[in-house]
Write a protein that binds this ligand. Structure first.
Ligand code: MRU
Ligand code: ZN
Length: 217
């Protein structure tokens, strides 16, 4: 295999990322150039959106490769500004095959009002998350303070996961299906892009319900 072909991004990953952008744009979850998406590739590689593109109008050139430390495969190429958050998810959760980040009104408003977490309880759609077979359940979405220093933000995320190690599924607790960044947006991941989109839709649906409930109080 030539060096250039070894760095090619599989078409399936490119199409998954382009499709995710179009779908999220239809929901108005990626305004301006907000949002970023990635797919895990074999060999410790990640296909991720380039920085600054409108995510509703991605093409094959909008996707590039990085390693699990976020280093670009092409010299001088600029991956998403939040690449280190994607890599942090892939390093922490070996089963994660795709990561989505979006900026919805609901996740932005609710994260601004929240403390360190937002509890979602009693929703039928909780069953969209792994390990929750009934609506009689609750999951707490971690909320992190926004930070333009993404390496520092990732360290805060890692510290929270480290602290949660004791409350893993082994003890009956559920690993959160994603997390929020205050006033910024949401990160979700799943085994592949379709599963990540389903998880994001479920999460955004419940956040929208929370927002509407708060408005009507
Ligand atoms: C439109 S500003 C949003 C960015 O600051 C960032 O939060 C974002 O989601 C997109 O950044 P990007 O570098 O294009 O992946
Ligand atoms: Zn963002």
């Amino acid at each position: 295999m030539s060096p250039s072909s070894s760095l090619a991004i599989p078409d399936a990953a490119i199409q998954a990322i382009i499709g995710a952008g179009r779908r999220m744009d239809r929901f108005h979850w990626v305004p301006a150039t907000a949002g970023n998406f990635s797919v895990r590739l074999p060999g410790g590689r990640v296909a991720i959106t380039r920085s600054g593109r409108h995510k509703g109008f991605l093409d094959a050139d909008s996707v590039m490769g990085v390693d699990l430390e976020g280093r670009p495969e092409e010299a001088g190429a600029r991956p998403s500004a939040e690449t280190l958050l994607h890599c942090g998810i892939y390093r922490r959760f070996p089963e994660a095959g795709a990561v989505l980040h979006g900026h919805s009104v609901a996740n932005t408003v609710l994260s601004r009002q929240a403390g360190e977490g937002i509890e979602l309880a009693g929703y039928e759609l909780l069953k969209a998350f792994p390990g929750l077979p009934t609506h009689e359940a609750a999951v707490t979405l971690p909320v992190f303070d926004n930070d333009q220093d993404i390496a520092r933000l990732q360290r805060a995320v890692d510290a929270r996961w480290d602290g949660m190690a004791a409350i893993s599924p082994a003890t009956g607790s559920v690993i959160p299906p994603g997390y929020l960044i205050r006033g910024h947006g949401v990160y979700v991941w799943a085994r592949d892009m379709d599963a990540a989109l389903a998880r994001l839709e479920a999460l955004e649906f419940m956040l929208e319900c929370e927002l509407q409930e708060r408005r009507s109080r």
